[in-house]
Design a protein around this ligand. Structure first.
Ligand SMILES: C[C@@](CO)(OP(=O)(O)O)[C@H](O)COP(=O)(O)OP(=O)(O)OC[C@H]1O[C@@H](n2ccc(N)nc2=O)[C@H](O)[C@@H]1O
Ligand SMILES: Nc1ncnc2c1ncn2[C@@H]1O[C@H](COP(=O)(O)OP(=O)(O)O)[C@@H](O)[C@H]1O
Length: 289
């Protein structure tokens, strides 16, 4: 028996940090939404009682460090499953990019194994288990668009933002999320208007979504890596309606409505950057199917 799950990437339309918590994590308010760039997860029953990870991408760990492995391990332990499973990850989302690829693989594994092993868990229960794996996993269990609070695991669903193109460009540097959070100087930050972004989405105003983009982690990553600032500038010059870094970076995304302008930005950026994608904003929970 085998089955497939789609694991889409996310971008943060807004990312605010309120304060550092006693447990070392940061209290956040983020508006997350999915885009049409997805890994594919194949789950297959195998003989034995172990978890096997297969992937052609050399940056993806094939052992307990893989977040999909951790998802399978938790479900096996918690529900006493004495079966083996092979998890094949077709990696399309760039790794360590601020696009939650690993978190989305873990979330897809939770959803898929819930079906394969007939566990009968609700999405809310899967999201709660996901929070034990990483801060972004709960959101990725549901997909769609949401306000994420707490350390990212408290999810309030939102409607899909207005449809547009999203150009993603990832410079060839790796960014450590923990390092970026550590360097954040909370007293000096300019906060994005998160309630304003929620209204823009509810009113389906593309202009207001563009105007409201903001991420407090951006200033930290831009200072450390000038190449990220350079890509932001290029994207604006080529004509994106609005540009922001996703998560802790280094991927930069640009929003654009018109097909011809999307093509111009995409072609222009290909000269500067190896990993460039032009994808649609998804933002709807049904898009996981
Ligand atoms: C910044 C964001 C925005 O969506 O995404 P990415 O850039 O990773 O995609 C997330 O907050 C990242 O989520 P995720 O990558 O799941 O983080 P985790 O594995 O839980 O935590 C990695 C490290 O980041 C720091 N961390 C994470 C979340 C949070 N609210 N406060 C923190 O301080 C902690 O130092 C933690 O050890
Ligand atoms: N399934 C996975 N896919 C990608 N990276 C993974 C996975 N599991 C664990 N990792 C590790 O997690 C780190 C962060 O990866 P990723 O989730 O792609 O980035 P981000 O948290 O920036 O969105 C990588 O450096 C990688 O070693």
């Amino acid at each position: 028996m085998k089955l497939m799950e789609k694991a889409p990437a996310k971008i943060n339309l807004a990312l605010d940090v309120l304060f550092k918590r006693p447990d070392g994590y940061h209290e956040v308010e983020m508006i997350m939404t999915t885009v049409d760039l997805a890994d594919r997860i194949e789950l297959k029953e195998i003989k034995g009682n172990h978890i096997q990870i297969l992937s052609h991408n050399r940056f993806v760990p094939d052992d307990h460090r893989n977040l999909a492995y951790q998802a399978a391990f938790i479900l096996k332990e918690r529900f006493g499953i004495n079966k083996g499973v092979s998890i094949t990850i077709e990696k399309n989302i760039p790794v360590a990019a601020g696009l939650a690829g690993g978190s989305s693989d873990a979330a897809a594994t939770l959803r898929g194994l819930n079906r394969l092993w007939k566990l009968g868990l609700s999405m809310d229960e899967l999201a709660e288990i996901g929070a034990e794996i990483g801060s972004d996993v709960s959101f990725c269990v549901y997909g769609g668009t949401a306000l994420a609070r707490g350390r990212g695991e408290k999810i309030t669903h939102l409607p899909a933002p207005p449809k547009c193109w999203v150009i993603l460009a990832k410079p060839t540097i790796g960014v450590s999320t923990a390092d970026i959070y550590k360097r954040l100087q909370i007293a000096k930050m300019e906060h994005p208007d998160v309630p304003g972004m929620i209204s823009a989405i509810k009113e389906s105003s593309y202009q207001d979504v563009c105007q409201g983009l903001g991420n407090v982690l951006e200033q930290v990553t831009l200072q450390l890596y000038p190449e990220v600032a350079n890509i932001k500038d290029q994207m604006k010059t080529f004509g994106a309606d609005s540009v922001l870094m996703s998560g802790s970076g280094p991927t930069v995304f640009g929003l654009v409505e018109h097909d011809s302008r999307m093509q111009r930005i995409y072609n222009g950026l290909r000269g500067f950057c190896d990993q460039v994608y032009a994808v649609r904003l998804l933002g709807d929970r049904n898009d996981l199917e």
